[in-house]
Design a protein around this ligand. Sequence first.
Ligand code: FCB
Length: 492
Amino acid sequence: MTAVRPESGSRTGAATGATPSDSPSVSATGFPTGFLWGAATASYQVEGAATVHGRTPSIWDTFSHTPGKVRNGDTGDIAADHYHRYREDVALMKDLGLGAYRFSISWSRVQPTGRGPAVEQGLDFYRRLVDELLEAGITPVATLYHWDLPQELEDAGGWPLRDTAERFADYTALVAGALGDRVPMWTTLNEPWCSAFLGYGSGVHAPGRTEPAATLRAAHHLNLAHGKGVQVLRGLLPADAQTSITLNLHQVRPLTTSAEDADAARRIDEVGNRVFTGPILDGAYPEDLLRRTSSLVDWDELVKPGDLEAIATPIDVLGVNYYTPTIVSASDGAGDSRDDGHGASDHSPWTGSEDVAFHLAPGQRTAMNWAVDASGLHALLTQLHEEHPELPLMVTENGAAFDDYVSPEGRVEDPERIAYLHSHLEAVRQAVADGADVRGYFLWSLLDNFEWSYGYAKRFGTVYVDYATQRRIPKASAHWYADVIRRGGLPD
Ligand code: FCB
């Protein structure tokens, strides 16, 4: 596989501009000084206002309007109406004492066809949002792409098409030109694994295609879009602005100690994690993954000269999202659980490792049927630190869905979410004690919102949204989190 390793400038360590000497000191609470306490949302999940000021459909508009794709036929047309209620929402954030807000930008709002000039009214929404945040003393953290590709770009071929990466670089320039002076932290892509493997593999996410070869092509072009995006950001942003990507790194565990299960875990680690961390942090795809998928994709043709160097453009921080571990075994045929936590499909998203079986972890589950296991977050952070000691990390999403409801007194009590957040923040604290350079934590999510193919059925918010009235009610966990932020650490 000749096209997999850059001839020169190859990286062996973390691709990061930071050095260990930049590492912040740890305060008495066990969290680093300057730690960012935040909450996150994403454009299609909260904004609504799907057709204002020339916004055209993204792949998620199309997908959610296709019967049978989203539970209940729910769509993001109105969502939490954050587009119109952002002032109220920023006031809520201020009440909670949030230090940072991670939001994403709707490409279709800014550049409806995915090409050409920006729609100023689209950019204006983000200008107003950012101004409001800064006014409230909250650091804006912008994600350029959280899964909502303009439909016209999908019609032209989508992420399996190389040109989409070029389009992303142009779009990045438009947004960075408009907001670069006021947004200090930028993330290119959110969870490209989901875009590629759920969008083009299992088809449970938009655009709902089930094509193994297209899945791998999409993965490479998402990597390329990230690299080109970082280069554009570096050229336009002030020197102290930070660039990153957010990955949902699967915390893969073998079911048993057998050699077969260990091999299954290794393969899922490659197709779930190292297909991104390999080129982004080390400048190369895993050789074994390329070998196993060579009948699907001609990697030498797909990976053009210069691609790996572009993809490995140094980032300042790596964003990680964590919810639950992934337990796997070598498939032993019928009877094995096929629940990989990513939604049911007749098509496996695990391109090249379709034979691996997935298992539910024992113990408490969330409303997503995901096991509650904070040890996975600790392992993820410490393993990343071991492999890339100079790489600053940020937990860009962590949280849980539970079946929340409003009591007759008008309160939302969510003790399970508090327990979940507490154990996971404790895992972060422990990872910091063990040497990991973790710079922040973003609770998913600020608001109840459109949970992709589950629609509004799953509530991840620390703030309850009554969709009939759009009334916001901070849950008990919001008050708890506000207290954590005030202390700068966990209560005893
Ligand atoms: C992540 C997504 C986020 C949200 C959470 C529950 O995979 O990035 O939008 O849906 O899961």
